[in-house]
Ligand binder design. Structure first.
Ligand SMILES: [Zn+2]
Length: 172
């Protein structure tokens, strides 16, 4: 027996809300209405304060590469056509970290590279993936905000790059 059929999610409950939105090319995150933190993947309770009250928010789709792995071996026959492919661990500007394939830059990306969400079609589904977001002030601003949040509210964060004016994002 060979396993060639794509592995697809079997959504129910909160994950159905998430996947239904993804088919509309929206990335939904849950945000706690008690402590204000956002999280992913969907769960019934806030992982920060265990509250069960939350709201759904639309993510901006922007983030930076936290880590990655390059797959040179197809773990499943359905992804053989991708080989080699890069799977990212992305820190979204809203806070949560999520996994997605890097679509436009094969090989080894630099940690900290700004990326932007782009949905790709996989089987009958649209699934979240990422493309490199090479230019644009909004990502720089987002990164500053993110670092400040991670380090707490201390001194202003020194940036190593020059501030640039916001530019239209690729594809807009
Ligand atoms: Zn909370």
């Amino acid at each position: 027996m060979t396993f060639t059929a794509p592995i697809v999610p079997d959504p129910e409950g909160l994950s159905a809300v998430y996947w239904d939105a993804a088919q509309q090319e929206r990335l939904l995150l849950q945000r706690c209405t008690r402590c204000g933190q956002a999280w992913h993947p969907p769960s019934e309770f806030c992982p920060f304060c265990q509250a069960s009250e939350f709201e759904w928010i639309d993510a901006t789709g922007e983030g930076v590469i936290h880590s990655y792995t390059v797959a040179h071996h197809a773990a499943h026959a359905a992804v053989e056509v991708w080989i080699p492919y890069t799977i990212l661990l992305v820190d979204l500007v809203e806070g949560p970290r999520m996994i997605g394939r890097l679509l436009d830059a094969p090989g080894e990306p630099a940690i900290g590279t700004p990326v932007r969400l782009r949905f790709e079609r996989y089987s009958d589904l649209k699934v979240p993936a990422f493309v490199v977001h090479a230019r644009g002030g909004s990502s720089c601003t987002a990164r500053r905000r993110q670092r400040r949040r991670r380090r707490g509210t201390g001194a202003p964060i020194q940036e190593h790059h020059t501030r640039v004016s916001p530019r239209p994002c690729p594809g807009q």
